[in-house]
Design a protein around this ligand. Structure first.
Ligand code: C2E
Ligand code: CA
Ligand code: CA
Length: 819
């Protein structure tokens, strides 16, 4: 035996020749138990000195030898079959007793604990701890052989067991203890005399009793033995683990009971498990495993830990340990508590370490798992959650995160100024609709790159969605810096983009908000920039605007208006006024235009220009528009019944672009007409160019459906919008309404007069009628008459009138203006 006792070398004892040996290895090497490993075929790959000593074969002979070579020939086949069964079924752990023949030909019985060794899921071999149990067997055999006299055998027992660690226990058939070897004093803490005559089962853990009883039943009538593990209660109350060889000699006339030959294996088992686990873990484990002494010095390093450190260019395994490794080791040994998930990044790899203190040996075992790929995946997931998939830019979430961050910084540092730019591409929808989504996507990618090129690396450009981008300019001098960036962006974006063969021009509207006070809130800053952008867009695209106090005030007003609008319909605060449209030649009424009015509870009469845009943006225009349509149709139908020829022949209702894109607009109109019983031809729908221009193809289809219902269609505010005369002929129109800005100037401005003339000619060529809006003075009327304009509307004839006034005027006179 190279090492007499399995003890850990004192780390401070430098002359100890064993100091360099890994302690756990020392335990294995120095154990009196046989420890060995085999490969999948049963060939020894490792044997400890106890194997060499017991079998008498040199380690060199044993390694590579099939383990069954050692087994007694009578038992060989059974054992091989048993192991094959274990392997096939993947049974982790078995216990088996069999005799081997030593080199000298001596028969030695082994009790073998065999455990499968796995690499991942795959079984790659087996490892075993076996014990020489010849003595147990002999003792029992002796008992049988000396059956001539129980007294004699008892005497023999006594001599045999007086000083043994083994406990010999003879139990009567009724379960009471008949005999207990004197070792009980040492092993169980009780005098044998105290226990004799008492129920033996009291000593054994209740959970272990059924298994023991089953074994005994099977053994009855045989002289065979079984080895079982039992938990036995020590006098001090603690449960100890016993390895017990039991024989049921109930039928034996001499013994007439059960013989249990047991040994306390609590400590051994603990060490064994620890050793087996460590040995298995460390040698074949592809992950680093270490054992460190109380100062954190690695005293055992498995091959994986060494090769990984080398691979990563570390001179020692310390390089892959956490920085606070020594403190952790100290703490683990002090508290008995380990650590888990201690992450260490080494170049591009990430390891997660587990620290497990082993107090009896004052060492700490460390196990690492390479979590690089998991980290990469987590990184990817985090990246995806915070970035726009198309452009790879940060998304709104990440933008807000960074914005929140700089807002906090500005709060701490007085002179820290930053800016938020809100950018919206002009005409993106047109490009997307006409050239297709993939071209639109391509454009967004190009724009993203250009935006990045305009900025410093510390600035953030994010895509908020669609064609909206936000830019965070960190730590700038002031507004000048922000506007300079906006100008640079606009210059950069003005260069044409070549997309799948198309040359596309874009521009952007930009709103700028600067950090102002310590009370800034991130979402407000972004909203302010958005609002400024909105201003830039509505005052002609490709511009930038700076958010100011006035915008802020109007923003608040708007917010209030939104709330109020939601309630207005339910509370009946809307009214319709009607403005006559007259035949200029005869002065007679031919139609009225329904114009919406809002009686605001606090502000009083509110003009459409102050709330219709808000209603459109919030979608409130849809229910409001439906109400207008119904109210107007019912009112005019009522007048037609009551005023006959003096009543307007038709009613004009304004439709917003939002309403125009409603899927069920046609059905709504049919329903209103049916309910009001107004003839379809008496309804004129007024639409603006902007409503039809954005999506001309769809508009043509919808207008044709409306036409089929029988309604008239007028193009409102003609001349102010895109005035794309080229496609006017595609729309099935009945009338053009000439915008009042031309009418208002025509008597003093030649160009306006000329334009009105042109529109009239155009109307004639399209076969539609013309309505002049905003006729205020007789000169204008005279001019229009001279130019041959058929219809007019304006203060000269009547302002928009409430129904009561309208009825009074209809009753009073047939003619609205003198001929
Ligand atoms: P619009 O469709 O161009 O309506 C004509 C506007 O011109 C009305 O303004 C009317 O009061 C005004 N007006 C009429 N004659 C004269 C005149 O001789 N001189 C001047 N300076 N103005 C005149 P109002 O009622 O303030 O409506 C403004 C706009 O609000 C309308 O322009 C229309 O676009 C919108 N609107 C009104 N009612 C509705 C509605 O029920 N639905 C929708 N979607 N929009 C509506
Ligand atoms: Ca109108
Ligand atoms: Ca108009």
């Amino acid at each position: 035996m190279p090492h007499a006792t399995p003890s850990r070398p004192d780390p401070t004892d430098a002359v100890d020749p064993l100091a360099d040996e890994p302690p756990h290895q020392l335990l294995v090497e120095g154990a009196s138990d046989l420890m060995y490993r085999t490969d999948l075929h049963g060939r020894f790959t490792y044997v400890n000195p106890a194997v060499v000593q017991t079998t008498g074969f040199a380690a060199e002979r044993l390694l590579g030898m099939h383990f069954s070579t050692l087994v007694h020939p009578d038992h060989r086949r059974r054992l091989v079959r048993f192991h094959a069964h274990q392997l096939r079924r993947g049974i982790e752990h078995t216990y088996y007793e069999f005799p081997i023949l030593t080199r000298a030909g001596r028969e030695v019985w082994l009790g073998q604990n065999l455990q499968l060794v796995r690499d991942g899921d795959e079984v790659v071999g087996a490892q075993a701890v076996a014990r020489d149990i010849t003595l147990h067997r002999d003792a029992a055999r002796t008992l049988r052989e000396n059956e001539a006299s129980l007294a004699r055998s008892e005497q023999y027992f006594r001599s045999l067991t007086e000083n043994a660690h083994d406990l010999i226990h003879v139990v009567n058939l009724d379960g009471t203890t008949r005999y207990l070897s004197p070792s009980a004093r040492r092993v169980l803490g009780s005098d044998p005399e105290e226990l004799i005559g008492r129920d033996a089962r009291e000593l054994i853990h209740a959970d272990d009793l059924p298994g023991l009883a089953a074994q005994l039943r099977e053994l009855r009538g045989t002289t065979l033995s079984r080895t079982v593990e039992l938990r036995v209660r020590h006098r001090d109350g603690a449960w100890r683990v016993f390895e017990a060889v039991v024989r049921n000699l109930a039928e034996d006339p001499v013994v007439n009971g059960v013989i249990i030959n047991s040994r306390d294996i609590t400590e051994r088992k603990r060490a064994e498990e620890e050793n087996l686990r460590l040995a298995a873990l460390s040698r074949e484990n592809p992950n680093p495993v270490l054992e460190c002494d109380a100062d954190g010095r690695p005293v055992h390093v498995n091959p994986a830990a060494e090769s990984i450190s080398r691979e990563l260019g570390m001179s020692s395994v310390r390089g892959i340990l956490p920085e606070d490794h020594a403190q952790r080791v100290h703490a683990a040994l002090q508290t008995g508590q380990g650590f888990q998930h201690v992450e260490v990044s080494v170049s591009d790899r990430v390891f997660s370490w587990t620290y497990r203190p082993h107090l009896p040996a004052r060492v700490v075992h460390l196990f690492a798992v390479d979590i690089t790929s998991r980290r990469v995946m987590e990184e990817q997931l985090r990246h995806d959650a915070l970035h726009d998939a198309l452009t790879g830019l940060p998304n709104r979430l990440l933008f807000m995160e960074r914005l929140t961050h700089v807002v906090a910084r500005a709060r701490r540092h007085d002179h820290y100024v930053f800016g938020v730019l809100f950018l919206d591409l002009d005409r993106f929808k047109v490009i997307n609709d006409s050239l297709g989504h993939h071209v639109g996507d391509e454009l967004l990618v190009v724009i993203s790159q250009r935006l990045k090129d305009c900025l410093r690396t510390e600035d953030t450009v994010a895509r908020l969605g669609g064609d909206e981008f936000a830019i965070l300019l960190e730590d700038i001098g002031g507004m000048d810096d922000a506007t300079r960036v906006a100008e640079r962006i606009q210059a950069e974006l003005s260069a044409p983009v070549n997309l799948s063969g198309f040359e596309v021009f874009t521009s952007a509207s930009i709103g700028i908000a600067l950090s102002t006070s310590a009370t800034d809130r991130p979402e407000h800053l972004l909203r302010n920039a958005d609002m400024a952008m909105y201003r830039a867009k509505s005052s002609g695209q490709a511009r930038y605007e700076v958010f100011d106090r006035e915008m802020h005030a109007s923003a608040l007003v708007r917010l209030q208006m939104e709330t109020d609008l939601r309630r207005a319909l339910d509370r009946g605060e809307f009214r319709l006024h009607y403005q006559p449209i007259v035949d200029l030649a005869s002065g007679r009424l031919c139609a009225v235009e329904a114009l919406l009015r809002w009686m605001h509870p606090d502000r009083g009469w509110t003009e459409p220009k102050d709330f219709v845009p808000v209603a459109e943006e919030t979608g409130m225009i849809l229910p409001i528009g439906q109400w207008v349509l119904r109210e107007a149709c019912e009112r005019v139908r009522d007048w037609q019944r009551r005023f006959g020829a003096r009543a307007p022949e038709s009613v004009a209702v304004n439709l917003s672009a939002k309403q125009f894109s409603q899927a069920d607009l046609v059905e709504q109109i049919e329903q209103v007409l049916a309910r009001s019983e107004l003839p379809a031809s008496a309804l004129r729908l007024e639409i603006t160019e902007s409503a039809v221009v954005d999506n001309a193809d769809a508009a043509v289809v919808l207008l044709e459906r409306l036409k089929r219902v029988g309604a008239d269609l007028s193009l409102d505010d003609f001349g102010t919008g895109y005035s794309s005369l080229s496609y006017l002929h595609r729309f099935p129109l009945d009338a053009l309404k000439i915008d009042r800005s031309f009418i208002g100037r025509m008597h003093e401005d030649e160009r306006s007069a000329h334009l009105v003339q042109t529109v009239l000619a155009l109307a004639r060529s399209l076969g539609v009628s013309a309505v002049a809006e905003g006729v205020e003075i007789p000169e204008q009327l005279a001019l229009l008459r001279a130019l041959g304009c058929r219809y007019g509307q304006g203060y000269l004839f009547a302002e928009p009138l409430d129904p009561v006034e309208m009825e009074a005027r209809m009753a009073a006179a047939e003619v609205w203006v003198d001929g």
